[in-house]
Design a protein. Structure first.
Length: 57
């Protein structure tokens, strides 16, 4: 395998890892918002993506 081909595969691998990490981070942030609402004793409305009963959100 040539050096250029190896570098190309490494670049694709790094790019896939970065994309996966970004998607995972976004999922973590959205779950944290729901958890924060429920832990405070409020109800989360998934359709409107808002915390019901909480004046802050």
């Amino acid at each position: 395998m040539s050096r250029d081909k190896k570098q190309k595969y490494l670049l694709y691998l790094v790019l896939m890892i970065v994309l996966f990490a970004a998607a995972s981070f976004q999922h973590f942030i959205s779950n944290a918002k729901v958890d924060r609402c429920l832990d405070a004793g409020f109800e989360y409305d998934f359709q409107n993506k808002s915390c019901k009963g909480n004046p802050d959100s």
